[in-house]
Design a binder for this molecule. Structure first.
Ligand SMILES: Cc1cc2nc3c(=O)[nH]c(=O)nc-3n(C[C@H](O)[C@H](O)[C@H](O)COP(=O)(O)OP(=O)(O)OC[C@H]3O[C@@H](n4cnc5c(N)ncnc54)[C@H](O)[C@@H]3O)c2cc1C
Length: 257
């Protein structure tokens, strides 16, 4: 049977062209896209990509990794087994065109950077995306003298194994070049990655160790957590038990619990 192509409303969707892609690990890739319209966004917002699948348009939100000051839009995507969108999306080559919603949305980092506060950013795998956009933007603003850090920005990034840290080099360089920033990647399956020299353990199990080490205290620090919903619950619990008020802990869940 020939599938009919779904109608795409041009007032709601423009076109994104894949301009580059980089494989981080099996089924985990960084993709840069260009749009045929101006996709305005703030750090922490997401765009919505779509593909026709089985005669209907399947849409999913993706947090943006790039700074709004960059020309292209960068996304970090995980292929979910049997995933309705990510399986065909993963198969799209450089040069492929796909529908993208004209409006970006999301309020996750709207308060960041919080005036006078240090920041605790916690992510699992692709959940690093909004933090990358924020950090890349803060660095540019600091270089222009438009922003100066009120405290440390600490990014704790969890993954099963180190291949999944697609931004390891960039984040290590940022840590070296900016005394206000520290990146700690941690792996939860060290037995699969015995040569990894860094932190081990789930983010929820090591977050307090690092916030205590860095003196990131309730009242003086705000926390933002992004990615896997179970991890978010666990990190929230650890921070709340450490005295953080609910209002100081923000979250972006990638899928319902
Ligand atoms: C605000 C927001 C921002 C997001 N940003 C990103 C991003 O930057 N990168 C990214 O890869 N994804 C991101 N997601 C998730 C993304 O929108 C899709 O849900 C995901 O790509 C799976 O789509 P799918 O159609 O392939 O899977 P579906 O067929 O919709 O199946 C999804 C189901 O798979 C399970 N699942 C397992 N692993 C994941 C996973 N990593 N993500 C989602 N579901 C999973 C869940 O049970 C979920 O219900 C974001 C989601 C939200 C709400």
């Amino acid at each position: 049977m020939i599938e009919s192509a779904p109608t795409i409303d041009a007032t709601k969707f423009g076109t994104a062209t894949i301009v580059s892609r980089r494989e981080a690990a099996e089924g985990l890739w960084v993709m840069r896209i260009a749009t045929d319209f101006d996709l305005g966004y703030r750090p922490g917002q997401y765009c919505t990509l779509a593909l026709p699948v089985g005669g209907k348009l399947v849409e999913r939100p993706y947090s943006i990794c790039s700074s709004p000051e960059e020309d292209e839009i960068e996304l970090f995507v995980e292929r979910v087994p049997e995933g309705e969108l990510t399986v065909p999306l993963y198969a799209q080559p450089v040069g492929a065109e796909l529908p993208i919603r004209r409006r970006c949305k999301g309020l996750f980092l709207r308060e960041a950077p919080v005036a006078g506060h240090a920041h605790i950013f916690v992510a699992t795998v692709t959940g690093i995306a909004p933090f990358l956009s924020c950090i890349r933007t803060l660095i540019r603003r600091q270089e222009r003298g438009e922003w100066s850090p009120a405290g440390r920005v600490f990014l704790l990034h969890g993954a099963s194994v180190s291949d999944e840290f697609a931004y390891l080099d960039e984040m290590r360089a940022c840590t070296q070049d900016h005394d206000w920033f520290e990146y700690v990647p941690t792996i939860s399956r060290p037995w699969l990655d015995p040569a990894w020299p860094g932190e081990r353990g789930r983010v929820e199990d090591v977050v307090r160790k690092h916030t205590d080490r860095l003196g990131l205290l309730p009242g003086a620090a705000s926390a933002f957590i992004c990615g896997n919903p179970q991890m978010i619950d666990n990190v929230k619990g650890a921070l709340r038990r450490g005295g953080f008020e609910a209002a100081a802990v923000h979250e972006e869940q990638y899928w319902p619990e």
